[in-house]
Ligand binder design. Sequence first.
Ligand code: ZN
Length: 306
Amino acid sequence: MPATQLPPATHVMDLHSHISLRNLAVIALVSTAILLISIYRPAARDQIAPSSAIDFSPRMQMLGSFEESSATASAAVAPLQPLSSVMTPRGQLSVSSASGLFSVEDEARLGADLERALSYVSERFGSGPSDTINAQINWEPSCGLHGIAYTQIRNTQVFTCPDLPRNRAVNIMAHEFVHQLAQDRYGDAHLGADVILLEGVATWGAGEYWLGGSADFRSFVRPWLQNGSSLPLGISYVGRSISDMNTLYYQWGSFVEFLIQTYGREKFDALYVSGSNNAPASADYFGVYGKSFADLELEWRAWVLE
Ligand SMILES: [Zn+2]
């Protein structure tokens, strides 16, 4: 499936990432060395991120990219473009974008777009930001659309280029915002969360920004389970293809949707803070639900196919 769905190369790369303050500090100090070191480290948290395009279709949405998060991080600490900045009236969001990245008209709309996105994901996620989020849109010369969330310093970034429409950057930012909301809701436990839940909740929380017209993640992933192109939930995306990563992110979003709809938010919150080292399926599923991860995955599959 996904391999046939990739758009032209310049539009292929959607990726997003977030790393801990600890990593950021290291990168800031030795930004060149970290590039070498990180080749041998597992990718930090997120990588891909599809998004709806102007001519969206679910199939077109299956695009993404995989990059070492360190490459993203090094770009993040050394932005080359001057930034313009606007503070939203509510003070929850400070938006800046690389000059020349957007037309004057687009740049004028960007703040309102992102403010709406933050408001939407806050309502969907169930809680808002605890303080101002600094949202930054950077110029990515390769046109590889991706994002990163430095949740401990409240900085979310999306990298894009003038060839990509504004809404695609907003779509990625919506996902990054949810990572920040997760940090604000769960505290530092967020940083070690089971990657299935960490990326699943950010994908699910981005809702319509990632669904592009589909009603929910359940119906979005259903065809994959029907045609046998789905993946097991409990695997890492590290080292996998772009399309596999996209599949996992959407499946994880749907799994989070399943857990919250079926068992409620309180249990999900308890589950979220029980993971360790971002390992897939490391959360205490049995302790919270009285069911193993494997059993819950079977339940999820049956639920999707209902
Ligand atoms: Zn993410």
